[in-house]
Ligand binder design. Structure first.
Ligand code: ADP
Length: 591
């Protein structure tokens, strides 16, 4: 119940009431005391200024039994002097010694001390000085009659004023009690009007701190608290919008970080791993907790060197992970704390392979062209330099070789051009629907003569019905011819070549099986590479360029099909061509 602000409010009100009561009480009690003292001296002054009374005192004092006479007179005037013989008494003292002679209270009189006023009266003066600090009020009046010298001494022990003050204190204490009760009640009332809205604001702030922006606080008044509540609601709404925007940005960044193909690894200022995205985990081929800077990158680019770099600067390096080549970019970033190191990992494996392939290809092209050129040159030189001429038949033979080599070069250049066009997508495919079976028959017819020349047995085992397919018939036949002519080329004379075909689902296939020299397992994947030949001499002998299957494979890919060597035991080779019956829309138009 006594929450901080409420407690403070109670304390303030209690202090206020208590101090107010104390001030009022002190003021009242002092006023009452002063009034009582003033009243006493006024009464005494009036009584003793009365000439008849004073003359009577003197007359009585002059008598032989002056003190009894004076006592009787004072008893007579007890009312005027306010003597009640309890709190206020009169005493008759000897004016010379100040000794007690008679009085309304004999016991007190006997123990009477010599006050300043008594001493003044003993000197013949009226002692009516009031001493606030003293616990009594007194007045001492010297009275002389004949040879008798007395002091009439009136003394009030202030009991009445003390009693009165006691009563007043009681009343003040009661009032204080009521005041305290009222102040507690008042504090509750104030709490209701002031602290409750503040508490609601606090609850609202706590809700917002917990991320709950659903409820607005009700504005219940137009006062400062109402304005504060409205401002609070506005602030919450702005905060909500800002947090939404930040959250959006964050989730965008998260998605980017999560799905980007480049790896990102971040370390804090002391080299502790902060972030590592899935791409980085895959590229480095290790779990995030194993991505320790000291192990992975320290030898390539020391941490201290990166940390010393200025913002905007970066360092490049390359790392080989297994068969992968990863390009690394090191940079620093700064945050509220010490900042850290950010590493971006870019997979350049494919780029490096392509570069390698390109270099190899250029070397192959140069080599392939140089060989026929060397032959042409040497035969031409032989004809030119032959002294005395060379026999006609030999010369014809040489010239035939020169023509053959020139043709080979033309073939190579033509094939390279075809490949280059296929690579750049410049080759237009004339798309049409045609019978797959008819294409097989046509190719078989065109190769039949060549096969017969080599004494091969060519078997066509295709089923009667094969579906129509969508594609460039000329190109597809070019692929089939390449496979068949390879079978003819790489099978020793008198071999068997069998063509089978079929359709399965939305695909058609054709297989060409021969019982020739076969392709070693290790070379099977590579024969589709440009200029790759298992037996270079044999290929060249038979007019091959080593580009036939590369071109065939490109054409098949453009038809979304596949071309592969069938993994089969036994002598010879089986090549399988698979093509889809139809092409995707758009793709068809492209073909
Ligand atoms: P090439 O012009 O040399 O025939 P290809 O690209 O058509 O070039 O073939 C690549 C290589 O694949 C050939 O050099 C040959 O070594 C091998 N090859 C292709 N088909 C066969 C086959 N039916 N039997 C044996 N080897 C083959």
């Amino acid at each position: 119940m006594f929450r901080s602000l409420h407690m403070k409010l109670v304390m303030i009100l209690v202090l206020l009431v208590t101090s107010l009561m104390a001030v009022v009480g002190a003021f009242l009690m002092t006023s009452v005391t002063n009034f009582y003292i003033d009243d006493f001296y006024t009464q005494m002054n009036e009584a003793f200024s009365d000439a008849s009374f004073y003359a009577a005192l003197e007359t009585e004092a002059a008598q032989e039994d002056g003190e009894q006479r004076l006592q009787s007179l004072l008893e007579l005037y007890a009312g005027t002097l306010g003597i009640d013989s309890r709190n206020r008494n009169y005493y008759i003292l000897d004016a010379d010694s100040g000794a007690f002679l008679a009085g309304s209270d004999e016991t007190a009189g006997a123990a009477l001390e010599q006050t300043a006023n008594i001493l003044a009266a003993r000197n013949g003066e009226v002692g009516s000085e009031s001493d606030l600090a003293a616990g009594y009020m007194d007045v001492a009046v010297p009275v002389s009659g004949g040879d008798n010298h007395f002091i009439v001494y009136i003394r009030d022990d202030r009991a009445t004023v003390s009693e009165l003050n006691g009563e007043l204190l009681l009343i003040i204490l009661q009032a204080l009690l009521v005041g305290l009760l009222v102040s507690v009640l008042l504090s509750f009332l104030l709490a209701k009007t002031m602290i409750d809205p503040i508490e609601k604001l606090t609850e609202g702030a706590e809700r917002i701190a917990g991320g709950d922006f659903d409820e607005e606080l009700a504005v219940e008044s137009n006062d400062e608290i109402g304005i504060l509540t409205t401002t609070f609601n506005d602030m919450a709404s702005v905060l909500h919008d800002t947090l939404d925007a930040v959250e959006n940005e964050r989730s965008k960044l998260d998605a980017l970080f999560l799905h980007m193909t480049d790896g990102v690894v971040a370390y804090d200022g002391v080299g502790k791993l902060m972030h590592c995205n899935p791409a980085a985990v895959a590229l480095l081929d290790r779990a995030p907790e194993e991505c320790v800077y000291a192990d992975l990158f320290e030898p390539i680019c020391p941490f201290s060197r990166v940390m010393a770099m200025r913002r905007g600067d970066y360092a490049e390096a390359e790392l080989t992970v297994g068969e992968r080549s990863v390009e690394l970019y090191f940079a620093t970033f700064s945050d509220e704390e010490a900042g850290g190191v950010l590493i971006v990992l870019h997979d350049v494996t494919e780029r490096r392979r392509t570069e390698e392939r390109r270099k190899e290809f250029v070397a192959n092209v140069s080599h392939e062209l140089r060989t026929p050129l060397t032959n042409i040159r040497s035969y031409a030189e032989t004809i030119r330099d032959a002294e005395g001429g060379i026999p006609r038949e030999t010369e014809d033979g040489f010239l035939d070789i020169i023509i053959n080599e020139a043709d080979r070069m033309t073939h190579i250049v033509q094939d390279l051009l075809t490949l280059s066009r296929l690579d750049s997508g410049r080759t237009e495919m004339v798309m049409a629907r045609f019978a797959f079976g008819d294409a097989i028959d046509a190719v078989l017819r065109s190769i039949a003569l060549e096969a017969r020349r080599h004494g091969h047995t060519l078997t066509n085992d295709r089923p009667e019905h094969l579906p129509l397919i969508m594609g460039d018939r000329g190109r597809v036949e070019q692929v089939m011819l390449n496979i068949l002519s390879n079978a003819v080329k790489y099978t020793p004379d008198g071999g068997h070549i069998r063509v089978t075909a079929g359709d399965a689902g939305d695909k058609v296939w054709m297989e060409v099986a021969d019982d020739g020299i076969g392709i070693p397992k290790g070379d099977r994947d590579r024969i589709f590479e440009r200029f790759y030949r298992v037996d270079k001499a044999r290929s060249r002998e038979s007019g091959g360029t080593g580009l036939g299957l590369s071109i065939a494979s490109e054409i098949v890919q453009r038809h979304n099909g596949s071309l592969a060597i069938v993994d089969r035991d036994g002598p010879g080779t089986t090549v399988r061509l698979e093509l889809p019956v139809s092409q995707a829309e758009g793709q068809e138009a492209l073909l």
